[in-house]
Write a protein that binds this ligand. Structure first.
Ligand code: ADP
Length: 678
């Protein structure tokens, strides 16, 4: 979901800047936090310096070696030795020693020595030291003995306690700040974790998206506009006793412009607009989600009338239920409960309307969808041909186009594309033209962009042996042939064996518009999907790993036909589909072991039947298949018209004859690269 525009228009961007104030080169926009950290650094520095100073005696004295100590003792120059804390020996010289070594220093009056020691000596082990002192004075009269002194350095003792504690606290604060920030809650504090993270757009914020930027979606716009009107003129509706709806749910596939529509409401409505995503409620801490919901609604009520927009509401709105695996859903459920309470809790006329968007309305909790909560649902569908043209128009506004660009043609070439895809096509086309150094974007750039978006980047340099190329060509020709010759398979638009992305070749179809699909139609599609593998079997007598994605698709389709749509005679009119999504969590199957066996049997029977049918068609039309494959090897890309030359017109209507029937989805048959997944 594109959020670029949202970020740019965030409220925090709008801080006034005084142009008269010179900006300081080292100024940090986040000045406050800087100052906070300066404290920490200052504290650390002082602590270290303190340790340096207080840990030792303030006046440094000369430290002597063992040799010098022995010399002093032997020379009877020592008055006394004080052993401080069993670590340092402080040596006081007597009159003789002083006159020898410090002729300028006199003993303190009334004493035989100085007030401070003349030398210090670091002792290694106490025993050795005592030994040294005794041995050096052996035989001498009036030997000096060691006096033990215990001296407490309170400052360093206290610091030794405080510093580690201080460091721990500093570390804790930094950790918490980092955590708070990484969760994006508030201005970097753990205490803001329960606050709502909605972005607010109001009068002061420039939201530059309006209804003009949303192409198509006319019905949705009308409904949404009505909601805006409720907020602006509530009396008009309440006068007659009506109640203003509380919630509007936008439902539709991804990229169809739900977020864009909501954003444009913010631009149009002129009421405060809170925007956030369902996942913003979710946090690793229990209870945070519910607290955020409460906070959001409190903020909104303070600003009423206003709109709250929750994108991807399925992140919290998924149906509640027993989770078979863990209790991990509890947090999400309590968040949802809080949301339900809030939506029912505020009075209908309080002027807060909740807009929400999702592409999975089927898995939402029923309680959320009941009248009184999201009582309006607006379906935002994939755009039809007219819608696509309009979306192209919106996104081409700022592009420099060549004269040959035809929006109608492009709209036709992009069945099944969402608004986001089309925006992407326009952007890709501009990039491609720029890469080629052109001044204007041409039609070919757009077509290349479409191909690229469907299939990925062309890989012209991929090394494919002649033998492999032949297999790929027959495989794709097999799809093309079967789909051309079957009444209900989608007619082909284009086949290519230019490798793109992970696929080695691809076939493009033009699906016809259908709201319901019959068993026969599904069966024909399965045959066409298996046509690639069948062609390999018919022509080379062996099959390859290249049909992985075909097989996956066919298996899933057959499984759905048997277990979901009730299209299998043996299983009958039963469906094991679970629209609540609860079954995903459960380990048990809703059918018996015996039924499971039948399902397996029926699925494989169906696929096998389709495969045999494909083999039959391709054997009958082997000449056409070979011609087509050879043409593919030569030209790499062939179109529906080439098939018409080989097989003749489709009796059931070809691409051109398909009346105004609106193509709904484009299917790109991508063959997996051998060995990537197999
Ligand atoms: P959704 O929320 O439905 O998944 P978004 O609203 O985020 O989709 O759409 C993504 C992008 O696709 C938009 O930013 C816009 O550029 C483009 N887009 C989608 N639908 C439309 C539309 N109807 N008109 C114009 N642009 C569209």
């Amino acid at each position: 979901m594109s959020k670029q525009e949202t970020n740019g228009a965030g409220p925090q961007q709008n801080q006034p800047v005084d142009p008269n104030q010179p900006t300081q080169p080292n100024q940090n926009p986040n000045g406050k936090r800087r100052v906070g950290f300066m404290w920490v650094y200052a504290f650390l520095a002082i602590a270290l310096i303190g340790l340096q100073f207080f840990g030792r005696d303030a006046t440094p004295r000369e430290e002597i070696t063992k040799g010098k100590l022995i010399e002093l003792l032997k020379g009877q120059a020592v008055e006394k030795i004080e052993l401080v804390n069993h670590e340092d020996a402080e040596i006081y010289l007597n009159q003789k020693g002083l006159s020898l070594y410090f002729p300028d220093v006199q003993p303190v009056a009334g004493s035989k020595t100085t007030a401070t020691p003349s030398y210090t000596y670091k002792i290694g082990s106490l025993d050795r030291f005592e030994e040294t002192v005794e041995e050096s004075q052996q035989g001498l009269p009036n030997p000096v003995y060691i006096t033990n002194v215990r001296r407490n350095n309170w400052v360093s003792d206290i610091l030794a306690w405080i510093v580690p504690f201080g460091l721990l606290i500093v570390f804790y604060i930094i950790l918490m700040r980092g955590m708070g920030r990484s969760m994006g809650s508030g201005p970097g504090s753990i205490f803001n974790i329960g606050k709502s993270r909605a972005q607010l757009y109001d009068k002061n914020t420039n939201v530059n998206v309006t209804f003009k930027d949303v192409a198509g979606l006319e019905e949705a716009k009308v409904e949404i506009m009505e909601v805006v009107d409720f907020l602006k003129n509530p009396e008009k509706y309440t006068k007659l006793g009506g109640k203003i709806p509380k919630g509007v749910l936008l439902v539709g596939p991804p990229g169809t412009g739900k977020t864009l529509l909501a954003k444009s409401v913010a631009g149009e409505a002129n009421v405060p607009f809170f925007s956030l995503s369902g996942s913003d409620f979710v946090e690793m801490f229990v209870g945070v989600g519910a607290s955020r919901v409460r906070d959001l609604f409190n903020n909104a009520k303070a600003k009423a009338p206003c709109i709250i927009f929750i994108d991807e509401i399925d992140a919290i709105g998924r149906a509640r239920g027993k989770s078979a695996i863990t209790g991990g859903n509890d947090e999400r459920e309590s968040t949802l409960n809080q949301l339900l309470t809030e939506m029912d809790g505020f009075g209908t006329n309080s002027g807060v309307i909740v807009l929400a968007a999702t592409n999975r309305a089927d898995i939402l909790d029923k309680a959320l969808l009941r009248a009184g909560r999201f009582d309006r649902q607006i379906y935002v569908e994939l755009p039809d041909i007219v819608g696509r043209k309009e979306i192209f128009e919106v996104h081409m506004r700022n592009l420099k186009l060549d004269t040959d660009v035809d929006k109608d043609f492009l709209a036709k070439q992009t069945p099944g594309f969402s608004g986001a895809d089309i925006a992407n096509v326009c952007n890709e086309a501009a990039l491609m033209a720029a890469r080629k150094g052109k001044d204007l974007i041409s039609k070919q750039d757009f077509l290349d962009a479409v191909d690229r978006i469907i299939g990925g980047l062309e890989k012209k340099n991929k090394i494919i042996t002649a033998e492999e190329k032949k297999v790929i060509a027959f495989h794709e020709a097999g799809h093309a042939t079967t789909s051309w010759l079957l009444q209900y398979a989608h007619p082909l638009v284009k086949v290519t064996i230019v490798p793109r992305g992970k696929s080695l070749g691809a076939a493009w179809y033009l699906p016809e518009e259908r709201q319901i699909t019959t068993k026969e139609q599904m069966y024909h599609e399965m045959i066409a999907t298996l046509g690639g593998r069948a062609a390999e079997q018919v022509v080379f007598g062996q099959i390859s790993t290249g049909a992985l994605s075909d097989l996956e698709k066919v298996t899933k389709q057959a499984f759905a036909m048997v277990t979901y749509y009730g299209l299998d005679d043996e299983i009958g009119n039963l469906s094991y589909y679970d629209s609540t999504g609860q079954q995903d969590y459960s380990f048990t199957k809703p059918y018996s072991e015996k039924t499971a066996e039948t399902i397996d049997k029926e699925v494989s029977k169906m696929v096998e039947q389709a495969y045999q049918e494909a083999i039959k068609i391709l054997t009958e039309h082997r000449d056409g298949l070979t011609q087509l494959a050879n043409k593919l090897i030569d030209e790499e890309v062939i179109f529906g018209e080439d098939l018409e030359v080989i097989f003749g017109k489709r009796p059931w209507g070809s691409k051109e004859e398909l009346p105004k029937a609106e193509p709904v989805a484009q299917v790109a048959e991508a063959e997996q690269e051998t060995g990537t997944k197999a």
